[in-house]
Design a protein around this ligand. Structure first.
Ligand code: SF4
Length: 467
């Protein structure tokens, strides 16, 4: 019988069915970082348990790391304390850690694929909501809570209910100036921020098939913002080419054997899904969020919608979003003044993201009064970008070139919005307070659109900058 990748990977990792009906699932790769692990490691210490499979557990420092200087001790005592705990726990439990001296440190969802740790056919868990990123490689990858981090550390297994599966097909072709970020923001807008609850998403169709791995990572990254615990893309030649030669990838004959297995886990022709959603890629424009969740977005040429035009049960949220953002219904999003431009985060901080933004940045200078940050997702990305001279290009245009970390994606380090600042951001969440100020306002968009906004000082259509 034809099976989906979800069926095959789930079956391959199922230890047994639990009395609750959940599956005890073996976890192939456990990624850990400083924020969601201190308590989990403490619980292991209290129970006198070791990490069950340290060879399948890898750590990094990302959320709290300052991006100006990574010299220890960090200025923020809380950040320093978290770093100390992470370093000590990694040492005590024999877990490899990519700290800032390793040359491999970075955002957990950037370094996993970059180092070849994340591979097709795997189950991957991490105490972070955006773990679905790794699904781009054809893996089942999901975020877990602190008590589940403890469970995986102690047993390398997790109790999970298998979700239903929706195939999200993006048909046709994208127009120039439209990026992977626009694709996923459009999927979330059309299917809703809760549309994926209870589902996993299999992204497919010609637009997804043509995407590079870095573009697929952007799409899968935001699965959770559409309510899906995880999302994936079937492994294909793009995947194999991406994985080959990376530090933790199999090599030689082992790589060839792995490719045979990776091909076998792809969804079979004729497999059935619980639901199929179709989006015409040619209808997608550069997208900007105007509200307080990633589904509240418009194409850059559109106007902010009126609550009255929405179904009754959505109007209160739309009114709250308008009031918080200080927007009027019917107002065009283009021309909205910005104070800050942020290019970074596990959604859009890879080399191709920086290249796309640089392509825009080299055509102008950051507008007066705009604070503009470029934060590579990893030390590896930073090194590659610097080799191409992108750091100099950004600096010449008036952007700050920072060190790797989560930075202004969330307010857990020194990079924060102040007061009511408006930020054009390539990150993934525009929730109230997300970027460190309880009153700060976040507009999500692609890195190229952020660069265009930085130069214009206001939301602008990147297609008019890069023709
Ligand atoms: S970049 Fe943002 S979303 Fe990604 S792991 Fe860091 S804080 Fe989480």
């Amino acid at each position: 019988m034809a099976q989906t990748l979800l069926d095959k990977v789930w079956e391959a990792h199922a230890v047994r069915t639990l009395p609750s009906g959940q599956t005890q699932l073996f976890i192939g790769l456990h990624l850990v970082h400083e924020v969601t692990t201190p308590q989990a490691f403490s619980m292991l210490k209290e129970l006198g348990l070791p990490v069950r499979m340290p060879e399948r557990t890898f750590g990094t420092l990302d959320h709290i790391v300052p991006t100006t200087s990574q010299q220890r001790p960090y200025g923020d005592p809380l950040a320093e304390e978290m770093a100390v705990h992470m370093l000590r726990n990694a040492k005590d439990f024999g877990v490899p850690l990519f700290d800032v001296d390793s040359g491999r440190q970075g955002i957990v969802h950037v370094i996993g694929p970059e180092l070849g740790l994340s591979q097709p056919g795997m189950t991957i868990a991490c105490g972070d909501s955006h773990t679905a990123t790794h699904g781009a490689l054809g893996a089942i990858a999901f975020g877990i809570g602190t008590s589940q981090v403890r469970d995986v550390l102690a047993t390398q297994c997790l109790a999970m209910a298998k979700p239903r599966l929706r195939q999200v097909r993006v048909e046709g072709a994208l127009a120039p100036g439209v990026y992977a970020k626009d694709v996923i923001l459009t999927i979330i807008r059309r299917l809703g921020v809760k549309g994926g609850v209870g589902y996993a998403y299999e992204y497919a169709g010609p637009v997804i098939e043509r995407m590079t791995m870095e573009e697929r990572l952007t799409v899968c990254n935001m699965s959770i913002e559409g309510g899906a615990r995880f999302g994936y893309v079937g492994p294909d030649q793009t995947t194999f080419d991406y994985v080959k030669g990376r530090p933790y990838a199999p090599d030689g004959g082992a790589f060839d054997r792995a490719v045979t297995w990776w091909k076998a886990v792809a969804t079979d022709a004729g497999a059935s899904f619980d639901d199929v959603a179709r989006i015409d890629g040619s209808t997608i424009a550069p997208v900007v969020t105007w509200g307080i969740n990633p589904g509240q977005s418009v194409g850059v040429g559109e106007r902010i919608p009126a609550p009255e035009a929405a179904p009754e049960d959505e109007r209160a949220t739309l009114r709250e979003a308008l009031a918080f953002m200080g927007f009027e219904a019917g107002q065009p999003i283009t021309g909205t003044k910005i104070d800050v431009a942020f290019i970074g985060s596990c959604t859009n901080s890879r080399l191709s993201d920086l290249r796309a933004a640089a392509e825009v940045a080299r055509r102008g200078k950051v507008a007066k009064g705009v604070r503009a940050l470029v934060v590579p997702g990893s030390q590896g990305v930073a090194q590659a970008a610097e080799k191409e001279g992108l750091h100099e290009l950004f600096r010449a245009a008036g952007f700050e070139w920072r060190k790797a970390g989560c930075s202004m994606c969330l307010g857990m380090n020194d990079d924060k919005l102040r007061g009511r600042e408006v930020c054009a951001s390539s990150s993934n969440r525009n929730f109230i307070g997300r970027q460190g100020s309880p009153h700060g306002r976040t507009l999500l968009m692609s890195p190229a659109m952020v660069a265009a906004a930085a130069i214009a000082g206001a939301i602008a259509d990147v297609r008019e900058v890069v023709r």
